[in-house]
Design a protein around this ligand. Structure first.
Ligand code: ADP
Ligand code: ZN
Length: 207
């Protein structure tokens, strides 16, 4: 673990879906609890089915249970004055205010652990992740296994009705029948990406 001369820094755990970001976040939280740090865990878009895996317990009972949030400022309103470690999962879905929240907490001496998907289904930066990676003292990029070739997966393949989703489908699909697979650069497929990127480039050159 990183040791500054003063407490307070930002750690980012980035990577594709299924790369083990949540497992790594929980591992760090569990170790912080063992070290008797006061920890708070948050998760955006918390799905009730998975809430249980975020309860990190010690021998004398449950210590850290993830609190669901939709906006970054809720971290500040839920924050207890004596909290030493703040862990947030699924940060890619939060607003850009998370960058300021993370910096303010780290400046105050809090260890901030953030886990999030770094690139969307188009292989483009996701939400505030690039800015958080720039602000962080430590960045880890985890890989999953490419379901096509078995190599290290760095991309999220979106499938709609079993077929690769085209470039112009929305970044976050609401209520769609979609599925995701971890794939490597070479097996990742985004139909119409080249064509639509060229059109966007030509339009910006004209204006
Ligand atoms: P993340 O938070 O990055 O989405 P999780 O910590 O929730 O990842 O899940 C990681 C787990 O997902 C792995 O330990 C493994 O059991 C499982 N898994 C499913 N598909 C894959 C894959 N393609 N590559 C690696 N692990 C996978
Ligand atoms: Zn592959």
């Amino acid at each position: 673990m990183f040791h500054g001369t003063k407490p307070g820094w930002i750690e980012v755990i980035s990577g594709v879906m299924f790369s083990g970001k949540s497992e790594e976040l929980i591992r760090r939280v569990r170790r912080a609890v063992i070290a008797k740090n006061r920890v708070q865990v948050f998760k955006s878009h918390l799905d009730a089915r998975y809430a249980g895996i975020y309860s990190v317990s010690s021998h004398d009972g449950t210590i850290a249970e993830a609190e669901p949030i939709n906006e970054s400022r809720e971290i500040m309103t839920h924050l207890r004055p004596d909290t030493q470690v703040v862990a947030v999962d699924e940060v890619q879905f939060l607003d850009d205010g998370i960058v300021q929240v993370a910096n303010v907490l780290a400046d105050r001496g809090v260890r901030v652990i953030l886990a999030g998907i770094d690139s969307d289904f188009r292989a483009e930066p996701f939400g505030a992740m690039p800015m958080l990676m720039a602000a962080a003292e430590i960045v880890d990029k985890l890989h999953a296994i490419c379901v096509m070739c078995g190599g290290p997966a760095t991309r999220n393949q979106r499938l709609v009705n079993g077929k690769p989703a085209p470039y112009d489908s929305p970044q976050i699909m609401v209520g769609g029948h979609e599925a995701y697979e971890a794939r490597c650069r070479h097996c990742h497929d985004v139909p119409r990406k080249d064509e639509l990127q060229r059109k966007l480039f030509e339009a910006s050159a004209r204006s």
